[in-house]
Ligand binder design. Structure first.
Ligand code: GLV
Ligand code: MN
Ligand code: MN
Length: 410
C-alpha cells in the first residue's frame, strides 16, 4: 500500500486555489462561500476514495471506511478553514493526506478490523468564530451544539444560519463519531525540523495558550488643542500595554510567546486622540505555570491603566492548558518512521490543533513534517513535496497498524 504521490500533491494545489481571488495567499474563513467550495471538493474526494460521507450538526465532514468490528473508529483529519492570507498546507495537508490513506486502504481491497474515519473539522482557526477548534470542541463536548450554533461571527453572521446557507448543517450527532484513537498529520509551522533537516516530527504534546480581547477607554479629543498632560489617550495607553506584553516574553527569554494580532482605535481619524482602543493578545507556553504568569502580568498591567483613569475590559476568548499526547501512539508513529528509514524528532507543537481536543477523550498523537523557514499563517508557507509524501506514508503506516488490530487480541 502506498500513497498516490501525484494525486496528493495535485489535490493540495487544487484546494489551495480556493479562496485566492482576493490574494495574496488564500482566505477561506470558516462557513464562507470559499469554505463551501473547499468542503465540496473534500467531500467529493472522500467519496471517490471509497468512503461514505456524513455531515454532523456542527458541520464536521466525516469520511468513513467501515471495518469488520463494531466499536469506536480510528480517526485522522484536520481542518480546511484558513486564517486571512494563508498558505495552502495548514490543516489541508492532514485532510487531503487522510483521504489518500482511505483511498490506499480501500484500493488494497482489504477489510480492516476497525472502522477508519477522516474528518475535516469546522472552524479550527477561530478567526471568524470564537472559540477556535469549534468542530472538535463540540465533538468532545467541551462546548454544547446549541451554544456553538448560536455563535456570531466577526462579520455578524449566525453560525447555525451560515452552516445552513453553505449546505453543511448536517443531521448526525458529532459525538457518535468519537474515535478510539486519533492521529493528526500537520505541517510543523515552526522552524525546528527544517533547521535540523529531520523529515518527521513525532509530536508528544501541544503547548498551552490563552487568548484575550482587551479594551481601553479614555477620552477622544482634538489632536491639536489637547495638551499631552491633559489627555486620556486610549490608543497610546493600549500601545504601551501591548508593547509591555510582547517585551516581557523577549526579556524573560523563556519559551513563552506573546502576540498582539489585532489592534484598532476609535473613532480612528488622523486628527483625533483615540477615545477607545481594542486589541487581542495570544499567549502560548509549554507549561501551565508559564501561561499563568503571562496572564498575571496582563492583569497587573490592565489594573495600572485603571489606576491612571482609563476604563478597561478583559475578555478571555479561548484557553487551553498544555496537552500531553499518548506515549503508546507516539511509539507506533516512531516505529513506522523507522521502518521507512525516516529520522524522527520528538517534539512539542507550538501551534494549536484539533488533536488537543481529541486527546481528552482518546489516545492521540500527531505527525509533523518540516515547514520551510518555519513560516506559516502566511502565503509563503511551503513544504518540500518529498516531505509531504513521507508524512502521508507515515500516516498510512500508522493508521494501517491501528485498524488491522482486533480488539480481542489487544
Ligand atoms: C492555529 O493555527 C493556532 O495555533 O492558532
Ligand atoms: Mn492547522
Ligand atoms: Mn492555522
Amino acid at each position: 500500500m502506498n500513497i498516490n504521490r501525484d494525486r496528493l500533491l495535485a489535490r493540495l494545489d487544487e484546494l489551495g486555489r480556493v479562496g485566492t481571488s482576493h490574494g495574496p495567499g488564500r482566505t477561506r474563513l470558516a462557513l464562507t462561500e470559499e469554505d463551501r467550495v473547499g468542503r465540496d471538493l473534500v467531500a467529493t474526494w472522500m467519496r471517490e476514495a471509497g468512503a461514505q460521507v456524513y455531515i454532523d450538526s456542527i458541520g464536521n465532514i466525516h469520511g468513513v471506511l467501515r471495518g469488520a468490528e463494531d466499536g469506536p473508529p480510528v480517526m485522522t483529519g484536520s481542518h480546511i478553514d484558513t486564517v486571512n492570507r494563508a498558505g495552502a498546507l495548514d490543516g489541508c495537508y492532514g485532510v487531503v493526506a487522510g483521504v489518500e490513506v482511505i483511498a490506499a486502504i480501500h484500493n488494497a481491497g482489504v477489510l480492516p478490523d476497525k472502522t477508519m474515519v477522516v474528518t475535516a473539522f469546522t472552524n479550527e482557526e477561530g478567526v471568524r468564530y470564537a472559540p477556535d477548534l469549534l468542530g472538535s470542541r463540540v465533538m468532545t463536548k467541551d462546548i454544547g451544539v446549541a451554544e456553538a450554533l448560536q455563535l456570531t461571527s466577526t462579520d455578524g453572521e449566525h453560525c447555525g444560519e451560515e452552516l445552513r446557507r453553505i449546505g453543511y448543517a448536517g443531521d448526525y450527532t458529532p459525538w457518535d463519531f468519537l474515535p478510539g484513537v486519533f492521529v493528526e498529520l500537520h505541517i510543523e509551522q515552526g522552524p525546528v525540523l527544517d533547521t535540523r533537516h529531520i523529515p518527521i516530527g513525532v509530536v508528544e504534546g501541544v503547548q498551552g495558550y490563552s487568548w484575550w480581547k482587551i479594551s481601553v477607554s479614555g477620552r477622544a479629543n482634538h489632536a491639536g488643542t489637547a495638551p499631552m498632560s491633559m489627555r486620556l489617550d486610549a490608543g497610546a495607553a493600549a500601545m504601551q500595554l501591548a508593547n509591555r506584553l510582547t517585551e516581557r516574553s523577549v526579556v524573560n527569554q523563556s519559551p513563552s510567546v506573546a502576540t498582539v494580532g489585532t489592534f484598532s482605535v476609535e473613532p480612528g481619524a488622523i486628527n483625533v486622540v483615540p477615545g477607545k482602543a481594542t486589541f487581542t493578545v495570544d499567549f502560548r507556553d509549554p507549561s501551565d505555570e508559564g501561561l499563568e504568569q503571562a496572564e498575571v502580568a496582563l492583569r497587573r498591567s490592565v489594573d495600572k491603566l485603571k489606576d491612571a483613569g482609563f476604563t478597561t475590559t478583559m475578555e478571555c476568548i479561548s484557553r487551553n492548558s498544555a496537552v500531553t499526547f499518548s506515549d503508546e501512539i507516539c511509539k507506533e508513529v516512531a516505529e513506522v518512521a523507522a521502518e521507512r528509514s525516516l529520522p524522527i524528532l520528538r517534539m512539542v507543537s507550538g501551534a494549536s490543533h484539533d488533536a488537543q481536543m481529541l486527546a481528552r477523550v482518546c489516545p492521540t498523537a500527531m505527525i509533523f513534517v518540516p515547514s520551510r523557514g518555519g513560516i506559516s499563517h502566511n502565503p509563503e508557507e511551503f513544504t518540500e513535496p518529498d516531505d509531504l509524501v513521507n508524512g502521508a506514508e507515515v500516516l498510512l503506516g500508522t493508521i494501517s497498524r491501528l485498524i488491522m488490530r482486533r480488539t480481542s487480541t489487544q
